[in-house]
Design a protein around this ligand. Structure first.
Ligand SMILES: [Zn+2]
Length: 302
């Protein structure tokens, strides 16, 4: 995938979002900082990629733990202005655990402060290109994407990946509108002139038509059968936690799930499985998908 030399994508995994560095000649901007447990690795990658250039700006596509968890560590190491989507500002300013879904999902992030906010329609000058901030509700109602029309590049965050998009939390929480928002965001993307998408997770990709077709198909399937979204969400959550922990005792799984309200709530709302059946389903399906291994009573991240 050809990107201008001013743009460098530090491709991470699923626990940490990608970090996108955009070089201005005078200083660099970083888009998204990864998960806080990976902060040391993020700083190392950054230091290496920046070499002697200063990091002057930190921008988030949205404020989920895997995108903003490293913000505080980055701020401690660099004198950078931090800009977040305007809709995320109240939750970040108050460090509102419930809205940030931290305890709820068993994730964590280090508290940080921001300097200013970005709203849909705002124009940013980064790396010699003009970027437009675009609303990307769906996965997160306040998420933004960044679009450089001259270079035909879209930084999509979790609104579009090569093979899907981020969980539609609104619907999981029993609030409507998430599917409609996701569809509107995908339609908005389909109207852009894009040669390269830099997603929040996974490698940059060029075949946006195929990615959009996959995304619409997935969205249709969730809308037809919301239990599909629910099952996928709980597997993503457990697999995310396993990536944090590395391994966990199978015997401890009941308590582990009980400590994170998302499992019981989503189960009650969509699946209505007895707890033991839910555990059995999650473990077997993640094992089948190659996301975990069962070793002598331990669940091990694969
Ligand atoms: Zn996200």
């Amino acid at each position: 995938m050809s990107l201008p030399p001013s743009i460098r994508v530090l491709e991470r995994g699923w626990l940490s979002s990608n970090n996108v560095l955009i070089d201005d000649g005078e200083g660099c901007a970083l888009i998204d900082s990864g998960y806080h447990a990976h902060a040391a690795q993020t700083l190392q990658l950054l230091q290496h990629a920046l070499s002697s250039r200063p990091l002057t700006r930190l921008i988030n596509t949205h404020c989920h733990s895997d995108h903003m968890g490293g913000n505080a560590a980055v701020q401690r190491n660099y004198n950078c202005r931090t800009s977040i989507p305007v809709g995320e500002a109240p939750a970040i300013a108050a460090w509102d655990d419930a809205t940030l879904m931290l305890s709820y999902t068993g994730q964590s992030a280090e508290r940080f402060a921001y300097d200013d906010t970005i709203a849909a329609g705002d124009k940013l000058q980064l790396g010699g290109l003009e970027w437009e901030a675009l609303a990307a509700p769906g996965h997160d109602p306040h998420a933004l994407m960044f679009y450089a029309p001259a270079a035909r590049i879209l930084i999509s965050g979790d609104a579009l990946w090569e093979n899907g998009f981020g969980l539609i939390f609104q619907e999981l929480f029993g609030q409507t509108g998430g599917y409609t928002d996701t569809r509107a965001t995908l339609v908005a993307i389909s109207r852009l002139q894009v040669d390269t998408v830099i997603p929040g997770h996974g490698a940059p990709f060029g075949n946006i038509e195929r990615a959009l077709a996959t995304a619409f198909q997935r969205l249709d399937a969730y809308e037809r059968d919301p239990a599909k979204l629910a099952r996928h969400a709980l597997k993503v959550m457990l697999s995310f936690s396993l990536m944090i922990e590395g391994r966990m005792a199978l015997a401890g799984l009941p308590q582990f799930l009980a400590d994170r309200p998302i499992y019981a709530e989503v189960n009650r709302r969509f699946l209505r499985l007895p707890e033991a059946d839910l555990r059995e389903y999650l473990v077997r399906d993640l094992e089948r998908a190659g996301a975990l291994k069962l070793e002598h009573g331990w669940l091990v991240a694969a």
